[in-house]
Design a binder for this molecule. Structure first.
Ligand SMILES: Nc1nc2c(c(=O)[nH]1)N[C@H]1C(S)=C(S)[C@@H](COP(=O)(O)OP(=O)(O)OC[C@H]3O[C@@H](n4cnc5c(=O)[nH]c(N)nc54)[C@H](O)[C@@H]3O)O[C@H]1N2
Ligand SMILES: Nc1nc2c(c(=O)[nH]1)N[C@H]1C(S)=C(S)[C@@H](COP(=O)(O)OP(=O)(O)OC[C@H]3O[C@@H](n4cnc5c(=O)[nH]c(N)nc54)[C@H](O)[C@@H]3O)O[C@H]1N2
Ligand code: SF4
Ligand SMILES: [Mo]
Length: 700
């Protein structure tokens, strides 16, 4: 007898990860999914993906997948539900949404979404319903805002050197990203450069991460102090004749002013702020000044502080002072958002758009507890439709978030794959398909490919794709009609490609991906940077209009007026004080993806089975806290109980808790985001997840 044939199909990873890996997927003759592998022939993925996605079958065939629509029977948040049919569920949702609308107007309904799937059709179709009904809009601030704003402040465009050039670099600086955990391909290419060219790898982080452990030089600095390090590096470049003055004169806005400004930003000055010895800073500056092909890979982590946009701009500016942008394998790369010119008007129903208010995603706690400012002058939110996100776990000010979700006058619909912290608060839970069970198109932020992920297997039970929910609700809600409501996901992808001038779906599927890398001169800004004057800007007007995450009304947030205009350390962080002697960093866990994969035993086991906070052994000894002790972390926002571990290699006064564990994994049900503040990062929003002062006490 012949063994049943297993074929290799092709897809793309849908998770919220800059890598957007090209996948080879084993599918058995019975249609079962086996192992997932990185596509070896995709030059960026290069055959390597993370372990959690390689064992995706664990998530796909998980016994806890949601399989039928359900209606709440217990108290809010308790998690007791009874099954109902799709028709009953959809009819009920429509009745309650219409009721809410009749009472408060359509803005009382808030379709709330994020990037649990990065598929452009399944993720963004929620806007079609939003616009068709005039529901509230969402200012999506939780992830990229400070990073993108800071980068574009310098370059004028969210794009840069081809990320594959990393393998042609002589030196790679991995700055504020734990690439081993969060974007494994960066390591693939950095290590190729090390093997083939003897390239040095430098990592800048606040603790000795797995990435730092692989570095030739690992800089560990205090959280939020990166701009001081960057300024001192640039100071040394100018002082020691290592700045590229020809490049500066041709390509930058005010090199002389910058040089004069940096005269006092010495390595000794930076040592006082960063905790990094002045000699180490000088050494790093010389390494940068002496090697032409220095590729600076800028991550998100160091921008999740109240001064994050300033830090990003300062770090990117190093490549301009050193002139690294000119060389293949040189420059500063963060994200490729601007290279894609996709027409999403059909998916999003853009023609139906009205001028309804924007509510800030990161302020969901304040919005749901009736904060007038957060409600932007509109009615209370009394109905939520949630897809691809788990705010009760991932959003800051968790105490407020939970209070809001517990409101009896709030009707909450959650479309999910698992019973998350958020789904537990729902009035109606709808079961969602996973990416191998529906069609969608993806684009890489950390590379330059557009990829198609076809439906390869049937969804279990009654799980359905996002656009099913959107289109069915549109019918029942008496929404204004739009052709997008009558198209399949494949039809949407094809329409988008054709109308963007990127060929057809058939072509994309046959080619497996489309490489949209701009040419060398464009990517390296050799014909000018993205600003109108063609220069790299050291001097920033922080109200600048090119900011990719600028809110609709253009108003900057928070303390933007106090932001330094030239690269500088900006002391806007939540500093430690006598009452809160430690700074908490809530870094990503390698085996989770935000709160996703916390449901898979393979991942929780790898992460040690329970949430922890790490503290330096010397500081723990001084505080009388033993390894393995139960401790309480606290500040004015709340208290979190978890276990302490002694770990070497953290910046002084810094504690680290990796991973967004489910709230239910903590003794008192308070997740790590109980401690995190939600006040928007200047100038264009974002949550300061790694910028938090806490006290640590034994839980006795
Ligand atoms: N395994 C895994 N992969 C992920 C995710 C995950 O949760 N787990 N999340 C995904 C998402 S949504 C995103 S946006 C990306 C984000 O990925 P990254 O760009 O890597 O950003 P972060 O995950 O915020 O943090 C990365 C690192 O920044 C460090 N850091 C914190 N504060 C500072 C600072 O002030 N200075 C410096 N230099 N470093 C600092 C942290 O210690 C951490 O090691 O990763 C994606 N990939
Ligand atoms: N403490 C702390 N908090 C953080 C961060 C941090 O570093 N520290 N990082 C922040 C960042 S960068 C981000 S981006 C946010 C991310 O936070 P979220 O956007 O909430 O991301 P996930 O936690 O991955 O949750 C995504 C959910 O979408 C569901 N999902 C996936 N695909 C689909 C689909 O096709 N349909 C439907 N209906 N559902 C789907 C998954 O099951 C999962 O529960 O978290 C932020 N929160
Ligand atoms: S989570 Fe990131 S690294 Fe892992 S497979 Fe997906 S895109 Fe690749
Ligand atoms: Mo993110």
């Amino acid at each position: 007898m012949n063994k049943p044939v297993t074929i290799t199909a092709h897809s793309a990873c849908p998770h919220d990860c800059p890598s957007t890996c090209a996948l080879d997927v084993e599918v058995t003759a019975e249609g079962r999914i086996g192992r997932l592998r990185g596509a070896a022939d995709n030059p960026y993925t290069a055959g390597v993906i993370c372990a959690k996605v390689a064992r995706y079958a664990e998530r796909l065939y998980h016994p806890d997948r949601l399989l039928t629509p359900m209606r709440r029977v217990g108290a809010k948040g308790e998690g007791r539900f009874e099954p109902v049919s799709w028709d009953e569920a959809l009819d009920l949702i429509a009745a309650r949404f219409l009721e809410a609308e009749a009472k408060h107007g359509p803005e009382t309904v808030w379709p709330y979404y994020y990037a649990g799937t990065m598929g452009l059709v399944q993720r963004d179709s929620i806007h079609r319903l939003r616009h068709a009904k005039g529901y509230s809009q969402q200012f999506s601030s939780i992830c990229t805002n400070p990073a993108w704003t800071g980068y574009v402040a310098g370059t004028g465009l969210l794009a840069g050197p081809d990320p594959r050039e990393m393998m042609k670099a002589d030196q790679i600086i991995i700055w504020g990203t734990n690439a081993v955990a969060t974007q494994v391909n960066v390591m693939t290419h950095a290590i190729t450069a090390r093997k083939t060219r003897g390239a040095k790898i430098i990592v800048v982080d606040v603790y000795r991460t797995e990435t730092t452990k692989q570095a030739d030089l690992g800089i560990v600095l205090k959280p939020g102090s990166d701009a001081a390090l960057a300024c001192a590096i640039m100071h040394v470049l100018f002082r020691e004749g290592l700045a590229d003055r020809d490049y500066l004169a041709r390509y930058t806005d005010c090199p002389d002013e910058l040089e004069a400004h940096l005269a006092t930003r010495t390595p000794e000055w930076a040592e006082g702020i960063t905790g990094v010895p002045a000699e180490e800073i000088t050494q790093l500056a010389r390494m940068i000044g002496e090697v032409k092909r220095t590729f600076i890979r800028l991550g998100y982590g160091f921008t999740r502080s109240r001064n994050g946009a300033v830090s990003m701009h300062a770090a990117a500016s190093i490549a301009a002072v050193a002139g690294s942008w000119q060389y293949e394998g040189g420059g500063a790369f963060h994200n490729n958002g601007a290279i894609y010119r996709l027409d999403k008007s059909m998916v999003e129903g853009s023609s139906l758009r009205t001028g309804t208010r924007f509510l800030d995603q990161s302020l969901i706690g304040r919005v749901l507890t009736g904060d007038r400012e957060a409600l932007a002058g509109g009615p209370p939110v009394t109905a939520l439709l949630i897809q691809n996100t788990n705010p009760v776990s991932v959003a800051p000010e968790q105490t407020l978030v939970k209070q809001g979700f517990a409101r009896e006058d709030l009707f909450t619909v959650v479309h999910e794959q698992f019973m998350t912290d958020t789904a537990r608060y729902a009035d109606i839970v709808l079961p969602a398909s996973q990416f191998l069970e529906h069609d969608d198109i993806y684009r890489g932020g950390g590379h330059q490919y557009m990829l198609f992920g076809p439906k390869l297997t049937e969804a279990p039970g009654e799980a359905r794709e996002n656009i099913f929910v959107i289109n069915e609700l549109a019918k029942r809600l008496d929404a204004r009609d739009h052709p997008g409501f009558h198209m399949s996901a494949r039809e949407h992808v094809d329409w988008m490609l054709v109308n963007s001038g990127y060929g057809t779906l058939a072509e994309l599927e046959a080619g497996r991906w489309k490489d949209l890398q701009p040419d060398f001169r464009t990517a390296h800004y050799l014909d000018g940077f993205g600003h109108a004057d063609g220069k790299y800007h050291f001097k920033v007007d922080w109200g600048f209009t090119a900011a990719p995450n600028r809110p609709e009304d253009g108003k900057p947030f928070g303390a933007h007026a106090a932001m330094p205009r030239l690269p500088d350390y900006w002391d806007a962080v939540e500093n430690a004080d006598a009452e809160h002697p430690f700074r908490l960093v809530t870094a990503p866990a390698r085996s989770f993806l935000n709160s996703s994969f916390t449901e898979t035993p393979g991942s929780t086991k790898k992460e040690g089975g329970r949430p922890e906070v790490w503290m330096r052994p010397d500081e723990a000894a001084a505080a009388g806290l033993e390894d393995g002790a139960r401790v309480i972390l606290g500040n004015r926002r709340g208290e979190v109980r978890l276990h302490l571990r002694h770990v070497e290699g953290l910046a002084p006064g810094t504690v680290v808790s990796e991973g967004i564990w489910p709230n239910t994994a903590f003794e008192n049900g308070n997740g790590i985001n109980t401690l995190i503040g939600a006040e928007p990062i200047a100038p264009y929003g974002g949550a300061a997840f790694h910028d938090c002062a806490v006290w640590v006490r034994p839980a006795s």
